[in-house]
Design a protein around this ligand. Structure first.
Ligand code: G6P
Length: 367
C-alpha cells in the first residue's frame, strides 16, 4: 500500500498532487491553438437540444454547478442542475429537446444511474462526464466525455473534481463555438486560459503556498463551525470547500453564495467563526469584499483566498491564501486546490484518517 501511495502519506494527498497530470490528461488532444477549435470526439449534435439538465451527486454535483455557469455564459443554452436523488422523483420536465448530462467519477452511483434512466425514458439525449472507463453509466449513455483523471482512491474527491470542471470548460467552449454564441476573441482567450491550467495548478501546489495553508489550517483547527462564501462561478467553489472540510475533518461547515449571507448566516458570525471567502479576480470582487467587511464588522475571522499580489484586499482579512492569477472562468479549478489543502491539513492536524472518513463510501451503489 505504501508503494501505491507513491511516497505520500495518504491517497488523498497523492491525488491532490496528481492534479497537474490529471488536468493535462483531461485536456490533451482536445484543444487546438492554431484553429481555436475544441475536439471532444463525441457524436452529439450541438444543435439537437434546447436545454440541458445536469444531474449528479456530491462533489460531481458541484462540478455540475460550475458547468451550468460556463455553459450558460458561453453557449447561451438554459441549464438546470439537480442532485440525482431529487431529479429521479420530481417528474422532471424532460423531452427529446433535452440534453441530460450526468457527472460521475465512478460511473456507478445508483441515484445518478437511475436518474439517467429516467431521462432516457422521456427521450432525452444523454452525455456523461465520467472518469471510470467502461462503468455502468457509460454503457447506457449516448456519449461519454471521459475526464481521464486516472484512478481516484481517496474517498474525498479531489482530482476528479478539477478534471470534471475542466471537462465542462471544454464542453462549454465546444458548444459555444458550434452554436455561434462564443466570439472568436473570447474563445481564444479562454482556450489559452484552459491550456494554462496544469501549470497554474502546479504553481498552486508550490511548497511555500502549501506551508502557508497548513499554518492557517492548524490555527483554526479548533473551530466548531466554518462558513464558506463565494460568488458567481466561484459560489460552487465555496460549496465544495465546505463539503471537503466536513467530509474529512468532521468540522461542521456550510457554504453560501456571498450575497445571500445577509439573509441568514450573518446571524451566526462571531469571533469564533472562521469564514473562508473566495475573493480572487472577478468583476464581482468589490461586492465580495464588501461581504468580507460585513464579516469583519461582526468579529468573524476572515480567511481570504486572493489572487497573487492583491495586497490591497489583504488588509481586510485575518489570514490570506494567495493563489496564482487565472482567468475568472477557469479560476474555480485553481481555487479548489486551496480548498482541498485547507481541508486536508485541518483533518490531519486533528489526527483524522482522511482516506477512510467515517460513514462515507467512495461510491454509493445503494439508494
Ligand atoms: C460519494 C463520494 C463522493 C462523490 C459522490 C458521487 O458520496 O464519497 O466523493 O462525490 O459519491 O460519486 P460519483 O462517483 O458519482 O462522482
Amino acid at each position: 500500500e505504501a508503494a501505491e501511495k507513491g511516497g505520500y502519506d495518504t491517497y488523498m494527498l497523492k491525488e491532490i498532487y496528481e492534479q497537474p497530470v490529471a488536468l493535462t490528461n483531461t485536456l490533451i488532444g482536445r484543444l487546438h491553438d492554431e484553429t481555436g477549435e475544441v475536439n471532444l470526439d463525441i457524436n452529439l449534435n450541438p444543435a439537437s437540444f434546447k436545454r440541458i439538465s445536469i444531474i449528479a451527486c456530491g462533489t460531481a454535483y458541484y462540478a455540475g454547478l460550475v458547468g451550468e455557469y460556463l455553459i450558460e455564459q458561453l453557449a447561451r443554452v438554459p441549464v438546470e442542475v439537480d442532485v440525482a436523488s431529487e431529479y429521479r422523483y420530481r417528474s422532471p420536465l424532460v423531452s427529446e429537446d433535452t440534453l441530460a448530462i450526468v457527472v460521475s467519477q465512478s460511473g456507478e452511483t445508483i441515484d445518478t444511474l437511475e436518474a439517467l434512466r429516467e431521462a432516457k425514458k422521456f427521450g432525452a439525449k444523454t452525455l456523461g462526464v465520467i472518469n471510470a472507463k467502461g462503468s455502468s453509466m457509460t454503457r447506457e449513455l449516448d456519449d461519454t466525455l471521459y475526464i481521464h483523471a486516472g484512478p481516484e482512491i481517496g474517498v474525498a474527491s479531489t482530482k476528479a473534481y478539477t478534471s470534471m470542471v475542466s471537462a465542462f470548460m471544454l464542453l462549454a467552449l465546444w458548444l459555444g463555438r458550434a452554436r455561434g454564441t462564443l466570439g472568436e476573441d473570447l474563445g481564444r482567450e479562454l482556450l489559452h486560459a484552459t491550456r494554462e491550467l496544469p501549470r497554474l495548478v502546479e504553481e498552486a501546489l508550490a511548497p511555500e503556498r502549501v506551508e502557508k495553508i497548513k499554518q492557517i489550517a492548524e490555527k483554526y483547527s479548533g473551530a466548531r463551525d466554518y462558513l464558506f462564501l463565494g460568488r458567481g462561478v466561484n459560489a460552487p467553489t465555496a460549496f465544495e470547500g465546505a463539503l471537503k472540510l466536513k467530509e474529512i475533518s468532521y468540522i461542521h461547515a456550510e457554504a453560501y453564495a456571498a450575497g445571500e449571507m445577509k439573509h441568514g448566516p450573518i446571524a451566526l458570525i462571531d469571533e469564533h467563526l472562521p469564514v473562508v471567502v473566495v475573493a480572487t479576480e472577478s468583476f464581482l470582487l468589490e461586492k465580495t469584499i464588501s461581504n468580507v467587511q460585513e464579516v469583519r464588522a461582526r468579529s468573524g475571522k476572515v480567511i481570504a483566498i486572493l489572487s497573487d499580489g492583491d495586497t490591497e484586499n489583504a488588509r481586510h482579512a485575518d489570514d490570506v491564501i494567495y493563489v496564482p492569477h487565472a482567468h475568472e472562468m477557469v479560476s474555480p479549478i485553481v481555487n479548489a486546490v486551496a480548498m482541498q489543502l485547507l481541508a486536508y491539513h485541518t483533518a490531519t492536524a486533528l489526527g483524522k484518517d482522511v482516506d477512510k472518513p467515517r460513514n462515507l463510501a467512495k461510491s454509493v451503489t445503494v439508494e
